[in-house]
Design a protein. Structure first.
Lengths: 282, 157
């Protein structure tokens, strides 16, 4: 446990109380639900911990149109074991989360924590960006925005003064697949890819392709989405995808893999995810 | 601050530091089987069951145990009356230096609570987050599968 200067631990009953407590610490407070990332945080200035696990944000609901509403404090295990979440988009959410680390971490880690921490190697941001997730949060006012838009801004600053309340996933009318490359079952990704597409009259009608751990956080590849749109899915297209990714992808080194390895591995990874997404879309 | 919890079936009402880890608390309360390893939740030697589920106690705030139950291997068996899972670890030679063993036993116990007849691959996935410094994974997998057979024979508690 790295946090040394904590003087109080609060259990907030709702978001209003959490925000009030947070404001009282003037930047020296931290929200937690599972606490996994807070406990490992390098922050030295935290004096107050504000636990929002009991703030009523752990729902998992399907909407009438087939979207999914996920409370920010639902744990990854709760999602993996949720029959409701399993119904969403061919089970891609449950499938992805079951690949996340090991059960002891999934039992504590929350969806909101994964979204807010947004580690570069994390699987959750890559998948949620591909799915087109929308966030709801409150900083005293109820606010909403696309996950992509939030990540494009100063989101770490934003969530120092706001409570993430809900992740909304839109209705899924195509097929999605998620793949990751890692050394062992509990390892974090050396690369991860989430791809979704719709097929109409034998051609790709739309595509959403996100790649993460490159080594930066998962983000979409609009140029690749444009490339595959309107094309006939199949081995020839996947070869072209792999070649284009290798030629154009901007990658870097970290302690897990070199940028050169990532550039070579990313193409086949994306192609594999797209091929599976096609199977699921049909 | 004070919290109330059950540790291995015994009720406790204890003072904790607000930023204290569950690892620190259970060891203060005498559950010394719970080992401090990496201290960042990576190695699994500090695994305990919190409300029946394995968690990494080094990165779990002690305050999270408020009103809950914590189980360590001290509750499974004693040196005089080992749990069948612990016996299987001994019989399979799955204990070398022993540092990872309590954590391994608890994740295996959790697996066998949910899965009756796990494959070797299933066991490997379940213990993937627990590091054996001696790298004796094969024997550990054999031990868990031996314990599963014992459980199927009704030798369990």
């Amino acid at each position: 446990m790295r946090l040394q200067g904590v003087v109080r631990y609060h259990r907030a009953r709702d978001t209003e109380e959490a925000l009030s407590l947070l404001a009282g610490y003037e930047g020296r407070g931290a929200l937690l639900a599972g606490g996994v990332d807070v406990a490992r945080s390098p922050r030295r200035d935290v004096e107050g911990l504000i636990d929002i696990a009991g703030a009523g944000l752990s729902h998992v609901k399907l909407t009438e149109r087939g979207g999914l509403l996920l409370g920010a404090t639902v744990t990854l295990t709760e999602l993996v074991e949720s029959r409701v979440a399993a119904q969403y988009c061919g089970g891609v959410l449950v499938e992805t989360l079951s690949l996340f680390s090991a059960a002891p971490l999934r039992n504590m880690a929350t969806l909101g924590g994964a979204v807010v921490s947004a580690h570069p190697w994390a699987d959750v941001p890559t998948l949620l960006v591909a799915l087109g997730a929308e966030l709801r949060w409150t900083d005293g006012m109820e606010r909403k925005g696309s996950l992509e838009g939030v990540y494009a801004g100063a989101f770490r600053e934003l969530f120092r003064n706001a409570v993430l309340t809900e992740v909304r996933l839109p209705p899924c009318d195509g097929g999605f697949a998620f793949y990751k490359l890692r050394r062992s079952a509990a390892d974090v990704a050396m690369l991860n890819a989430a791809c979704g597409l719709g097929v109409a009259q034998g051609r790709i009608a739309w595509a959403r392709i996100a790649l993460g751990a490159t080594p930066t956080r998962g983000r979409r590849l609009p140029w690749l989405e444009e490339l595959v749109q309107g094309e006939v899915p199949g081995a020839e297209l996947w070869e072209e995808v792999a070649a284009q990714v290798r030629a154009k992808l901007d990658t870097g080194d970290d302690r897990r893999a070199t940028g050169e390895w990532r550039r070579k591995a990313a193409g086949p990874l994306v192609a594999r995810a797209l091929a599976q997404a096609v199977e699921r879309a049909r | 601050m004070k919290i109330q919890l059950e540790l291995n079936g015994d009720p406790h009402y204890v003072d904790i530091e607000p930023g204290e880890s569950l690892l620190s608390l259970v060891r203060r309360l005498g559950a010394w089987s719970v080992r401090s390893g990496c201290d960042v939740g990576d190695c699994g030697s500090c695994t305990v069951l919190l409300n029946g589920r394995p968690v990494r106690s080094c990165i779990t705030f002690a305050a999270k145990a408020q009103g809950g139950s914590v189980t360590t291997v001290e509750a499974l068996g004693t040196p005089q009356a080992l749990h069948p899972l612990q016996e299987a670890f001994l019989e399979a030679g799955a204990v070398q230096c022993g540092y990872c063993t309590p954590g391994m036993v608890l994740v295996a116990y959790d697996l066998l609570t949910r899965v009756d007849d796990p494959s070797a691959d299933h066991v490997l996935r379940a213990i993937a987050g627990n590091l054996c410094r001696c790298t004796g994974y094969r024997k550990i997998v054999e031990a868990v599968r031996l314990a599963a057979r014992r459980k199927a024979e009704g030798r369990w508690r």
